[in-house]
Design a protein around this ligand. Structure first.
Ligand SMILES: Cc1cc2nc3c(=O)[nH]c(=O)nc-3n(C[C@H](O)[C@H](O)[C@H](O)COP(=O)(O)O)c2cc1C
Length: 179
């Protein structure tokens, strides 16, 4: 029988739970070890072949990604996979914007990036997040041009919580790790 040689760690940073849910599903499927970001030190990562980092999106920043970007030179020979979880639609523009905002060129070449859609429940946000999202709502309402469908859906979600988390969405990530 072929021995399993590829060891995988799945690390996540999640504020409201959707990134944690995706990280759990991925770790289960690839039989990897699962850790919350704060439990991990870069020295622990040396034992693994595949390092998967999942972080929720916050003003386009991927929470927790620093463990990879700040230690990139020590980790660059590993298989590095990052998934970001946000509410924006999964368009090419959105995905490119996230990549360009979070990674410099050498990282873009080495890190395999995936984007997954999470959830949004305005009533459950922390005070600071509520204020940030109120500012966005105000900005959208003041906009002179007509709102597109995604902006309308976002405004609607302030009153009606929305949840896109879907186990099937992890399939491309699992396939990439197991390839
Ligand atoms: C203050 C704030 C900023 C956010 N910024 C973004 C963003 O830039 N792009 C995006 O797609 N989603 C954004 N979101 C939506 C979250 O990423 C989304 O709710 C995600 O599911 C949260 O993940 P978590 O449940 O693991 O915390 C933002 C949410 C909040 C509250």
């Amino acid at each position: 029988m072929k021995e399993q040689t590829n060891k995988t760690i799945v690390i996540y940073k999640s504020k409201y739970g959707s990134t944690k849910q995706y990280a759990k599903w991925i770790a289960q499927e690839v039989k990897g070890d699962l850790f919350e970001n704060s439990e991990v030190d870069v020295s622990d990562l040396q034992d693994y072949d595949n390092i998967v980092l999942g972080g929720s999106l916050h003003a386009v920043g991927i929470k927790g990604v620093k463990v990879l970007t700040e230690n990139f030179d020590r980790l660059k020979d590993k298989q590095l996979i990052v998934f970001a979880v946000g509410c924006s639609p999964a368009t090419e523009d959105v995905i490119n914007h996230i990549i360009n905002h979070n990674f410099i060129e050498k990282m873009k070449e080495k890190i395999k990036f995936f984007y997954l859609r999470g959830a949004f429940n305005y009533k459950k946000l922390s005070l600071i997040d509520k204020l940030m999202m109120l500012a966005l709502k105000f900005k959208l309402k003041m906009q002179k041009e007509a709102l597109d469908e995604d902006a309308k859906r976002l405004l609607d979600s302030y009153d009606n919580p929305i949840d896109w988390t879907d186990k099937e969405a992890i399939a491309p990530i699992v396939e990439y790790i197991n390839r």
